[in-house]
Design a protein around this ligand. Sequence first.
Ligand code: IPE
Ligand code: IPE
Ligand code: MG
Length: 242
Amino acid sequence: MKTLPLNLHPDRVPRHVAVIMDGNGRWAKKFGWQRTRGHRAGADAVSRCVEACDDIGTEFLTLYAFSTENWRRPKTEIEALMRLLDKFLKERTPEMMDKNVRLQAIGRITDLPANVQERLHQSIETTGKNTGVTMVLALSYGGREEIVDGIRSIVRNLREGHLDEAMITPEMFGKHLYTRYYPDPDLLIRTSGEMRLSNFLLWQCSYAEIVVMEKLWPDFQKEDLYKAVQEYQKRHRRFGGL
Ligand code: IPE
Ligand code: IPE
Ligand code: MG
Protein backbone atom coordinates (compact mmCIF):
# COMPACT_ATOMS: atom_id res chain seq x y z
CA MET A 1 0.00 0.00 0.00
CA LYS A 2 1.44 3.43 -0.86
CA THR A 3 2.35 5.71 2.02
CA LEU A 4 0.37 8.90 2.20
CA PRO A 5 1.74 12.40 2.85
CA LEU A 6 2.17 13.25 6.57
CA ASN A 7 1.82 9.52 7.20
CA LEU A 8 -1.94 9.82 6.98
CA HIS A 9 -3.82 6.69 7.87
CA PRO A 10 -4.95 5.14 4.55
CA ASP A 11 -7.99 3.50 6.17
CA ARG A 12 -9.38 6.74 7.52
CA VAL A 13 -9.21 9.10 4.60
CA PRO A 14 -12.41 11.19 4.32
CA ARG A 15 -14.40 9.96 1.36
CA HIS A 16 -15.96 13.37 0.83
CA VAL A 17 -14.34 16.72 1.65
CA ALA A 18 -16.32 19.95 1.37
CA VAL A 19 -14.62 23.35 1.31
CA ILE A 20 -15.86 26.87 1.92
CA MET A 21 -13.23 28.67 -0.12
CA ASP A 22 -13.19 32.00 1.68
CA GLY A 23 -10.86 35.00 1.84
CA ASN A 24 -10.13 35.83 -1.80
CA GLY A 25 -11.07 39.49 -1.37
CA ARG A 26 -9.03 39.96 1.80
CA TRP A 27 -6.04 38.28 0.17
CA ALA A 28 -6.11 40.77 -2.71
CA LYS A 29 -6.67 43.71 -0.35
CA LYS A 30 -3.52 42.79 1.57
CA PHE A 31 -1.49 43.62 -1.54
CA GLY A 32 -3.61 46.64 -2.44
CA TRP A 33 -5.11 44.79 -5.41
CA GLN A 34 -8.68 44.51 -6.70
CA ARG A 35 -10.78 41.74 -5.17
CA THR A 36 -11.03 40.08 -8.58
CA ARG A 37 -7.33 39.33 -8.51
CA GLY A 38 -7.97 37.31 -5.36
CA HIS A 39 -10.64 35.31 -7.14
CA ARG A 40 -8.21 34.60 -9.97
CA ALA A 41 -5.60 33.37 -7.51
CA GLY A 42 -8.33 31.30 -5.87
CA ALA A 43 -8.79 29.36 -9.10
CA ASP A 44 -5.20 28.06 -8.84
CA ALA A 45 -5.84 26.97 -5.27
CA VAL A 46 -8.74 24.87 -6.61
CA SER A 47 -6.34 22.87 -8.79
CA ARG A 48 -4.01 22.26 -5.84
CA CYS A 49 -6.87 21.15 -3.66
CA VAL A 50 -8.15 18.64 -6.25
CA GLU A 51 -4.63 17.26 -6.69
CA ALA A 52 -4.24 16.85 -2.94
CA CYS A 53 -7.53 14.93 -2.78
CA ASP A 54 -6.33 12.70 -5.59
CA ASP A 55 -3.04 12.07 -3.72
CA ILE A 56 -4.78 10.73 -0.63
CA GLY A 57 -7.72 8.97 -2.24
CA THR A 58 -10.59 11.30 -1.35
CA GLU A 59 -13.34 10.52 -3.87
CA PHE A 60 -15.55 13.61 -3.63
CA LEU A 61 -14.59 17.24 -3.27
CA THR A 62 -17.38 19.80 -3.04
CA LEU A 63 -16.30 23.42 -3.42
CA TYR A 64 -18.45 26.37 -2.41
CA ALA A 65 -17.76 28.76 -5.29
CA PHE A 66 -20.80 31.06 -5.31
CA SER A 67 -23.66 31.27 -2.81
CA THR A 68 -27.25 32.40 -3.33
CA GLU A 69 -26.33 35.32 -1.04
CA ASN A 70 -23.35 36.26 -3.22
CA TRP A 71 -25.84 37.71 -5.73
CA ARG A 72 -26.04 40.64 -3.28
CA ARG A 73 -22.50 41.71 -4.19
CA PRO A 74 -21.83 44.66 -6.51
CA LYS A 75 -22.72 43.92 -10.11
CA THR A 76 -19.12 44.45 -11.20
CA GLU A 77 -17.84 41.75 -8.83
CA ILE A 78 -20.57 39.32 -9.89
CA GLU A 79 -19.74 39.90 -13.55
CA ALA A 80 -16.05 39.38 -12.89
CA LEU A 81 -16.79 36.14 -11.02
CA MET A 82 -18.98 34.83 -13.85
CA ARG A 83 -16.31 35.69 -16.42
CA LEU A 84 -13.74 33.95 -14.31
CA LEU A 85 -15.93 30.87 -13.96
CA ASP A 86 -16.38 30.72 -17.72
CA LYS A 87 -12.62 31.05 -18.20
CA PHE A 88 -11.92 28.47 -15.50
CA LEU A 89 -14.18 25.92 -17.17
CA LYS A 90 -12.74 26.64 -20.61
CA GLU A 91 -9.10 26.51 -19.58
CA ARG A 92 -9.17 23.80 -16.94
CA THR A 93 -11.32 21.17 -18.59
CA PRO A 94 -8.26 19.72 -20.42
CA GLU A 95 -6.47 19.64 -17.04
CA MET A 96 -9.46 17.78 -15.56
CA MET A 97 -9.18 15.27 -18.42
CA ASP A 98 -5.45 14.87 -17.71
CA LYS A 99 -6.08 14.27 -14.05
CA ASN A 100 -9.11 12.03 -14.59
CA VAL A 101 -11.34 14.48 -12.65
CA ARG A 102 -15.11 14.27 -13.08
CA LEU A 103 -16.88 17.62 -12.83
CA GLN A 104 -20.36 18.02 -11.33
CA ALA A 105 -22.37 21.03 -10.14
CA ILE A 106 -25.02 21.70 -7.50
CA GLY A 107 -27.15 24.78 -6.90
CA ARG A 108 -29.67 26.81 -8.84
CA ILE A 109 -27.65 26.47 -12.01
CA THR A 110 -30.35 28.10 -14.14
CA ASP A 111 -29.64 31.40 -12.30
CA LEU A 112 -26.21 31.55 -13.99
CA PRO A 113 -25.64 33.47 -17.23
CA ALA A 114 -26.49 31.34 -20.29
CA ASN A 115 -22.89 31.17 -21.54
CA VAL A 116 -21.68 29.88 -18.17
CA GLN A 117 -24.47 27.27 -18.05
CA GLU A 118 -23.54 26.13 -21.53
CA ARG A 119 -19.84 25.88 -20.64
CA LEU A 120 -20.66 24.07 -17.42
CA HIS A 121 -22.82 21.47 -19.17
CA GLN A 122 -20.07 20.94 -21.75
CA SER A 123 -17.39 20.37 -19.09
CA ILE A 124 -19.67 18.06 -17.12
CA GLU A 125 -20.33 16.05 -20.23
CA THR A 126 -16.68 16.00 -21.36
CA THR A 127 -15.45 14.78 -17.97
CA GLY A 128 -18.46 12.54 -17.31
CA LYS A 129 -16.66 9.24 -17.73
CA ASN A 130 -13.60 10.13 -15.68
CA THR A 131 -13.06 7.84 -12.72
CA GLY A 132 -10.81 9.93 -10.42
CA VAL A 133 -11.88 12.64 -7.99
CA THR A 134 -15.43 13.95 -8.43
CA MET A 135 -15.23 17.72 -8.10
CA VAL A 136 -18.62 19.22 -7.31
CA LEU A 137 -18.90 22.98 -7.77
CA ALA A 138 -21.57 24.63 -5.65
CA LEU A 139 -22.82 27.51 -7.80
CA SER A 140 -25.67 29.82 -6.89
CA TYR A 141 -25.95 27.34 -4.07
CA GLY A 142 -27.83 27.85 -0.80
CA GLY A 143 -28.53 25.13 1.74
CA ARG A 144 -31.96 26.51 2.61
CA GLU A 145 -32.88 26.89 -1.05
CA GLU A 146 -31.81 23.30 -1.64
CA ILE A 147 -34.02 22.07 1.21
CA VAL A 148 -36.95 24.10 -0.11
CA ASP A 149 -36.39 22.68 -3.60
CA GLY A 150 -36.36 19.20 -2.02
CA ILE A 151 -39.68 19.88 -0.30
CA ARG A 152 -41.18 21.08 -3.57
CA SER A 153 -40.05 17.90 -5.28
CA ILE A 154 -41.63 15.78 -2.54
CA VAL A 155 -44.89 17.73 -2.67
CA ARG A 156 -45.02 17.19 -6.45
CA ASN A 157 -44.52 13.46 -5.98
CA LEU A 158 -47.20 13.33 -3.28
CA ARG A 159 -49.68 15.16 -5.51
CA GLU A 160 -48.99 12.85 -8.42
CA GLY A 161 -49.53 9.87 -6.13
CA HIS A 162 -45.96 8.49 -6.44
CA LEU A 163 -45.42 8.82 -2.71
CA ASP A 164 -47.27 8.71 0.52
CA GLU A 165 -46.49 10.57 3.72
CA ALA A 166 -45.23 7.53 5.61
CA MET A 167 -42.47 7.06 3.03
CA ILE A 168 -40.83 10.37 3.98
CA THR A 169 -37.70 9.65 6.03
CA PRO A 170 -34.36 11.46 6.33
CA GLU A 171 -32.76 8.98 3.88
CA MET A 172 -35.56 9.45 1.43
CA PHE A 173 -35.46 13.24 1.77
CA GLY A 174 -31.75 13.14 0.96
CA LYS A 175 -32.70 11.65 -2.41
CA HIS A 176 -34.56 14.87 -3.24
CA LEU A 177 -31.54 17.09 -2.66
CA TYR A 178 -29.02 18.26 -5.28
CA THR A 179 -26.44 16.05 -3.57
CA ARG A 180 -28.41 12.81 -3.97
CA TYR A 181 -25.57 11.16 -5.91
CA TYR A 182 -22.89 11.81 -3.29
CA PRO A 183 -22.23 10.61 0.25
CA ASP A 184 -22.44 13.24 3.03
CA PRO A 185 -19.22 15.18 3.61
CA ASP A 186 -16.97 13.68 6.27
CA LEU A 187 -14.80 16.77 6.56
CA LEU A 188 -15.77 20.42 6.11
CA ILE A 189 -12.93 22.91 5.72
CA ARG A 190 -13.33 26.68 5.85
CA THR A 191 -10.46 29.03 5.14
CA SER A 192 -10.00 32.62 6.38
CA GLY A 193 -10.90 31.88 9.98
CA GLU A 194 -14.66 32.47 9.80
CA MET A 195 -16.58 30.13 12.08
CA ARG A 196 -19.84 29.85 10.19
CA LEU A 197 -21.55 27.72 7.58
CA SER A 198 -22.85 30.60 5.43
CA ASN A 199 -25.74 28.44 4.15
CA PHE A 200 -23.51 25.61 2.88
CA LEU A 201 -24.70 21.98 2.87
CA LEU A 202 -26.88 22.50 5.96
CA TRP A 203 -28.55 19.11 5.72
CA GLN A 204 -25.51 17.13 4.62
CA CYS A 205 -23.02 18.45 7.21
CA SER A 206 -24.99 17.17 10.23
CA TYR A 207 -22.06 14.98 11.23
CA ALA A 208 -19.18 16.46 9.27
CA GLU A 209 -16.00 17.18 11.20
CA ILE A 210 -15.23 20.89 10.86
CA VAL A 211 -11.73 22.30 10.39
CA VAL A 212 -11.36 26.08 10.18
CA MET A 213 -7.99 27.46 9.13
CA GLU A 214 -6.73 31.03 9.27
CA LYS A 215 -5.16 30.91 5.83
CA LEU A 216 -6.93 32.81 3.05
CA TRP A 217 -8.08 30.63 0.15
CA PRO A 218 -5.53 31.85 -2.48
CA ASP A 219 -2.76 30.76 -0.08
CA PHE A 220 -4.17 27.23 0.23
CA GLN A 221 -1.53 24.57 -0.52
CA LYS A 222 -1.74 20.81 -0.88
CA GLU A 223 -0.13 20.56 2.57
CA ASP A 224 -3.11 22.41 4.04
CA LEU A 225 -5.47 19.71 2.81
CA TYR A 226 -3.20 17.01 4.24
CA LYS A 227 -3.05 18.87 7.57
CA ALA A 228 -6.82 19.22 7.72
CA VAL A 229 -7.14 15.49 7.07
CA GLN A 230 -4.55 14.81 9.78
CA GLU A 231 -6.68 16.83 12.20
CA TYR A 232 -9.76 14.92 10.99
CA GLN A 233 -8.02 11.62 11.68
CA LYS A 234 -7.46 12.66 15.31
CA ARG A 235 -11.16 13.23 15.86
CA HIS A 236 -13.35 10.60 17.46
CA ARG A 237 -16.54 10.46 15.40
CA ARG A 238 -19.30 9.28 17.68
CA PHE A 239 -22.44 10.02 15.64
CA GLY A 240 -24.34 10.37 18.89
CA GLY A 241 -23.18 7.03 20.25
CA LEU A 242 -20.51 6.40 22.87
C1 IPE B 1 -14.64 33.72 -1.34
O1 IPE B 1 -13.89 34.86 -1.12
C2 IPE B 1 -15.10 33.60 -2.78
C3 IPE B 1 -16.52 33.93 -3.00
C4 IPE B 1 -17.40 34.13 -2.05
C5 IPE B 1 -16.96 34.01 -4.36
P1 IPE B 1 -14.58 36.23 -0.74
O2 IPE B 1 -14.89 36.96 -1.99
O3 IPE B 1 -15.72 36.01 0.18
O4 IPE B 1 -13.40 36.97 0.01
P2 IPE B 1 -13.49 37.75 1.40
O5 IPE B 1 -14.16 36.84 2.36
O6 IPE B 1 -14.27 38.99 1.13
O7 IPE B 1 -12.07 38.02 1.75
C1 IPE C 1 -19.24 31.84 1.60
O1 IPE C 1 -18.40 32.92 1.71
C2 IPE C 1 -19.55 31.59 0.16
C3 IPE C 1 -18.45 31.10 -0.65
C4 IPE C 1 -17.26 30.81 -0.23
C5 IPE C 1 -18.77 30.91 -2.05
P1 IPE C 1 -18.96 34.40 1.96
O2 IPE C 1 -17.77 35.29 2.04
O3 IPE C 1 -19.99 34.73 0.95
O4 IPE C 1 -19.68 34.24 3.38
P2 IPE C 1 -19.95 35.30 4.52
O5 IPE C 1 -20.64 36.45 3.86
O6 IPE C 1 -18.63 35.69 5.08
O7 IPE C 1 -20.79 34.57 5.49
MG1 MG D 1 -15.93 35.87 2.19
